[in-house]
Design a protein around this ligand. Structure first.
Ligand SMILES: [Zn+2]
Ligand SMILES: [Zn+2]
Length: 306
C-alpha cells in the first residue's frame, strides 16, 4: 500500500532554473492529496505522471503567490476536463475571495462544487478525516496566517489469515469481527484465539509539511515522531539575518527541528534563488540531523512499514 510523496516544486519565492515553487503530492493508498499549488504545478503533474483528476483535496499553507498561483489554472483545467466530483480546498482565510475574484465572468465559478475550508491558524486542529487518513493543521510562524499539515494513516484492522478460514470453517459473516480482534468460538464451543487467526496490519505512517516558517519549537509536539518531515530551508545559516527578516528558516534550523521532534527522515526545500547549488544546504543540515534529504522537482520519498 502506497505512502508516497512526490515533490513537484522545490524552489522558494520565484522559479529558478530547474526549480518550480512549492507543490507536493502525497499518495496514501491511491488517495491523492495536493499540498500547495504554485505556478507550474500542472506542468509538473504532467511531467511526473500525477493524475490530477484523482485529486479531491487541496491543502494550501498560506496566500503568498509562490504557494497558490497554480491554483486558478488547475481549477480551470478541472472544469475543461468535465470534472463533476466535489473539490475540497483547505487554507487560511481569504482564499475563496481571491479565487472568486479571478472568475468574474463565470456566474458560479468553475462548473463543479468547490468547498472552501478556511482554517484557524492559531491552533492545531483535525481538519479532515476518512476511514484511512486524518489530517491536522500545524500553525506556523510566517508573518501572515500560515498552516502546515500533518497527514496520518489510521491503523487498519488486523489481517485475516486465509488458511485459517478454511482450517476452522469460519463463516464469512464472522470475519469482520475477527479482524477487529474477536476470538472464534466454533460449533463445538471451542475458543480459537484471535492471534492464531490473524496477523497485525502494518504500522500507520505519517508525513508533516512545514512551509513557510521561521524557526519555531511550538510545532515540535505536533510533529513529534513523524516518519517523514518536510521543513523549509530557504537559507543557509550564514544568511540567518535574512531568514529572520523574512520569517523563513535555515537548513541548520530545519535540522534542529527534525532532531528535537525525533522524526525518522527530513526533507528540506524552498531554496532561495540566491543559491545555485543545494549541496551546502545538505551538508549544513546533515551535520545536525543525518537522515536529511534534498527536495528537488520530481523527487519521490516513500515510507514503508511492516
Ligand atoms: Zn514560499
Ligand atoms: Zn511565504
Amino acid at each position: 500500500m502506497k505512502f508516497k510523496l512526490t515533490i513537484l516544486g522545490s524552489s522558494g519565492a520565484v522559479p529558478f532554473k530547474d526549480r518550480f515553487p512549492t507543490a507536493h503530492v502525497l499518495n496514501i493508498r491511491e488517495q491523492l492529496f495536493l499540498i500547495d499549488c504554485a505556478e507550474g504545478t500542472q506542468m509538473r503533474m504532467s511531467r511526473f505522471n500525477i493524475k490530477r483528476g484523482k485529486i479531491n483535496h487541496i491543502f494550501i499553507s498560506h496566500l503568498h503567490g509562490d504557494h497558490i498561483f497554480g491554483l486558478p489554472g488547475l481549477l480551470t483545467s478541472f472544469g475543461m476536463n468535465h470534472r463533476e466530483a466535489p473539490l475540497h480546498i483547505y487554507s487560511p482565510k481569504g482564499l475563496k475571495g481571491m479565487i472568486d475574484g479571478l472568475f468574474p465572468y463565470e456566474e458560479k465559478g468553475p462548473p463543479y462544487p468547490i468547498h472552501y475550508h478556511e482554517l484557524d491558524t492559531n491552533q492545531s486542529q483535525l481538519i479532515f478525516e476518512n476511514k484511512e487518513v486524518e489530517v491536522f493543521s500545524i500553525p506556523l510562524q510566517h508573518g501572515i496566517d500560515c498552516n502546515g499539515y500533518l497527514f496520518k494513516e489510521k491503523k487498519l484492522p488486523r489481517n485475516m489469515l486465509r488458511e485459517k478460514i478454511e482450517e476452522y470453517q469460519i463463516p464469512f459473516q464472522q470475519i469482520p469481527s475477527i479482524k477487529e480482534g474477536a476470538d472464534w468460538i466454533n460449533p463445538k464451543g471451542e475458543i480459537i484465539k484471535n492471534e492464531e487467526l490473524t496477523k497485525s496490519s502494518p504500522e500507520p505512517r505519517s508525513y508533516a509539511f512545514c512551509s513557510d516558517t521561521a524557526y519555531t519549537e511550538s510545532i515540535i509536539p505536533i510533529i513529534e515522531d513523524v516518519d517523514l518531515l518536510y521543513h523549509e530551508a530557504t537559507f543557509l545559516h550564514k544568511d540567518i539575518d535574512k531568514a529572520i527578516a523574512t520569517h523563513h528558516s535555515t537548513a541548520q534550523q530545519a535540522a534542529m527541528i527534525a532532531k528535537k521532534a525525533n522524526v525518522q527522515q527530513l526533507v528540506i526545500g524552498h531554496y532561495s534563488a540566491r543559491y545555485e547549488e543545494k549541496e551546502d544546504h545538505l551538508t549544513e543540515a546533515k551535520a545536525i540531523f543525518k537522515a536529511t534529504h534534498l527536495a528537488y522537482d520530481g523527487a519521490i520519498f516513500e515510507v514503508e512499514k511492516k
